[in-house]
Design a protein around this ligand. Sequence first.
Ligand SMILES: [Zn+2]
Length: 612
Amino acid sequence: MTTSTDPGSGNPGHSGLQVSLTVLAEGPFTRGPDGPLTTTLRVPVERIGPGPRSARFDVIVRRPGEKPFSLELGSPTPPWMVVDERPPDGLTALLQDSRFLAQQVYAVAASTLALFESTLGRRMGWVGGGRLTISAYDRVSYRESGYYRDDGLIRFGHKRDGRTEKAVPLALFRDLVAHEVTHAIVDGYRPKWADSHAEVDQLALHEAIADLVALLSVFSTQTLVEQLLTQNGGDRLDLDTLDENLLRSDLFRLGDGLFTRGSARPSLADDLAPNWRTLSDPHRRGGAIVQVLLRVVARLWRKRLDLPGGRSSLYQVARAGASVGRQVLSMLIRSLGYMPPVDVTWEDLLRGILAADRAVVPDDDLDYRGVVVAAFAEAGIVLPTPTDLYGVSTFTSLRYPVRLAALSSDPEEIVRFIWENPILLAAAKIDPTRPIAVERVRPTLRVGPDGFVVSEIGATFTQEFRLSTAEARRFGLTTRAPVFIRGGGQLRFDEGGRLSFAALKPILDPERQQAKLAIQQATPSADAAPPTNPPARPPGTLPVTPATTPSATPSAAPSATPSATPSADPSATPSATPSATVPVVPTLPGATRRIAAPPPEVPAHQRPTFHP
Ligand SMILES: [Zn+2]
């Protein structure tokens, strides 16, 4: 069956419109009575050129032995018309259908990006700018499939599966595509969470967010929740006695695809590993937080079911579950704007979730935030009491020698604001002799549940530099090598331009920097790291460059201390740096290492004619 959707009706002014595209609800093996289980995703209307290519994505499908070809998802007249096709019913035909593969990848990628943009009220860019290329049928292996930040590329291989003779494209699994696209989105938003100086906690947070977006975006499909509940309970399904365990077991099944295809995820049915905070594999460490937030979903779901009429029908039960899944996903995504740009920790995540939620949903009638606090506490993540949730209670009588219009767009205005307030400089322990880099400043608009728009300005700043061994010792660090230190903060301003939130990572803070140094010096031993992990860091040094990484020369590592001026610190020049401290190519485990083979060729696209 082919359906055409043309919401623009010939009107090119289609900003804000969306179309529905059919995708597999989970993957090719999740099937109903008449074929694969499908759902529709709402994606923004935009012109889709051959490829398919949109303003933000390049999707490439090139099967081995076949010539490169372009697929059409859109219609030439009018160009913003998206032609939606259903997948073939038969498994073999589905696995071979390039056009549907492209539609699946494009729809999942575009709806994942739209989810972040609508939740955060702003556009999300890629780390290198331009488009994100998604190679949907690549010759890479499962382990090499993933997001390559240096190339702005996501590669999906294919693999033999015992259930079918044909190779199964990994990109047909909705959760895998959502997971990798989430890495790319978070990387664009917070590049220093995954650069060469990032620690396991930051990489693990990346994995946790990517897993949760993948799981919960699948989970927010109501028909799938209904089907899983029926499968799980069968004839004995009793809506009155559904409890957290059954709900959780259904969640586990939902995650089945992702968690059995993934390499090193903890089972969601297990209790939290007591040593989860020291696990060296980011997937496993982040997996603990996935468990924490899925418990939140299960408990909130049960709260909803216990409301009057909450268990009146399977439809109601599934609808409540899908709705809670979406709400928890929104809470998680909103927290991104409330976390510091560097050295982010699990406590920062908890505080970010609570602060962002309170800003948008001041009345927490069902005590969602209480459930979040309790679930995090079970994992040992608690905030100090009393909690200064917004981080500004001690900043009294701040000066505002800034212009509101400039504050929302001009990094210099943010630097000026920080500089004019010594209390802020002191709290962030900024080195006044070195430059402050304002990473980004953006206005954000969000609609609260009361219908009112919450308008804020968000800005991040960082300061980073290298201390020579002597400087580091004078500073109070125990080290026998030069030390790279950094810190910064996330600031938020309300509609009137007043500082309303601050999450700071103090820079000239010997205690904090020594603790970071100790983590770097500790040899990971809690579990076996996958082979794609960076090697353990020798004491006081940055990671050693893997020999197979062609881009790891100093000149190819532009992310290294871009904000430090050359004259700021003599020890920051390459000649003063031991060879073992060459910055490594940024790595997301199992996914982002640049491999020897070049990325797939992108067919040259026609440049637009210069129209008036
Ligand atoms: Zn990942």
